[in-house]
Design a protein. Structure first.
Length: 149
């Protein structure tokens, strides 16, 4: 997926830092290949939120893509778009490996979005059958990351 996404996670983080340091509250960037929207909140909603989609994708296309990803009931999907990591830091052992037993609250990886590390929970009990997403790769919301048996 990295070759398809015209911006890297580092590019998005740099854009977010520029928005944070500027007087602007929102950035909505569209090209023929993608759309990136960053918005800054105030007060209790402080911080940045991000949203991106492939150009030309209508709500129906997004729903179809999510349905395609969720077609595998044994897959643990990405809860949001970002960079998927198998371990909490470089050089550390992965959260899970093939053959590991997991419960619904077991963290199986993290997705970094906007410099925030978001844990990915297994969502159900099972055994890790396959790790589908390579380490440190960009993933889409709903994309299968790990398959449980």
């Amino acid at each position: 997926m990295n070759e398809d996404l015209p911006l890297t996670a580092e590019d998005i983080a740099e854009i977010a830092a520029i928005i944070e340091a500027s007087p602007y509250r929102e950035l909505d960037l569209s090209t023929r290949r993608y759309r990136l929207r960053l918005a800054r909140g105030d007060g209790e909603a402080a911080g940045l939120t991000q949203e991106w989609q492939w150009a030309g994708s209508a709500p129906e296309a997004a729903a179809a893509a999510e349905a395609e990803h969720s077609a595998d009931p044994d897959a643990v999907p990405a809860p949001l778009p970002g960079t998927f990591y198998h371990a909490p830091q470089p050089g550390a052992p992965p959260f899970v490996a093939v053959g590991d037993e997991v419960g619904p609250e077991t963290v199986v990886g993290i997705v970094e979005t906007m410099k925030l590390m978001n844990p990915v929970h297994a969502g159900r009990a099972g055994t890790v059958a396959e790790v589908l997403a390579p380490n440190a790769t960009m993933v889409a919301k709903g994309q299968p990351l790990i398959r449980l048996a």
